[in-house]
Design a protein around this ligand. Structure first.
Ligand code: SF4
Ligand code: F3S
Length: 132
């Protein structure tokens, strides 16, 4: 059992599980990008874009250590995603391979204006994918 209370199984061990299950960064991260999460990831699987981070599902080992680090509760396990956030699973997997997005392992300052956006909902329209 992990600290979170979640059973310590991995997606490759779970009968009938989808191949790509992992933890997922969701909406709340957009335009905030605190980056506290990257400091604890043992697999260095966070990938950074202009105003959002994603988790590369190919690297995530489901340890859940990143979850309590996020001040805005942006990280969920794939199987726990709220219904209206389900699309973030595929979005994480896709953006993790975006040629302009880079792995991030060092904590940075949050984005300017993060306090204004930290409690905002439905920020997907603000997502920037191109690194110019
Ligand atoms: Fe990294 Fe663990 Fe979070 Fe996956 S669950 S992103 S391995 S800290
Ligand atoms: Fe984003 Fe939370 Fe990490 S805001 S950068 S998921 S600490």
């Amino acid at each position: 059992m992990l600290k979170s209370g979640r059973p310590a199984f991995h997606h490759f061990c779970r009968p009938g599980a989808l191949a790509l299950m992992a933890f997922v960064v969701t909406d709340s991260c957009i335009a905030c990008k605190y980056t506290d999460c990257v400091s604890v990831c043992p697999m260095d699987c966070f990938v950074e874009g202009p105003n959002f981070l994603v988790i590369d599902p190919d690297g995530c080992i489901d340890c859940s250590m990143c979850v309590p680090e996020c001040p805005v509760g942006a990280i969920y396990h794939d199987i726990d995603l709220p219904e209206h956030q389900r699309h973030f699973s595929e979005l994480n997997a896709t953006l993790a391979k975006h040629p302009g997005w880079k792995p991030i392992t060092q904590v940075q300052s949050p984005l300017p204006g993060y306090e204004q956006w930290r409690h905002a909902e439905d920020k997907l329209a603000m997502l920037k994918t191109e690194t110019s």
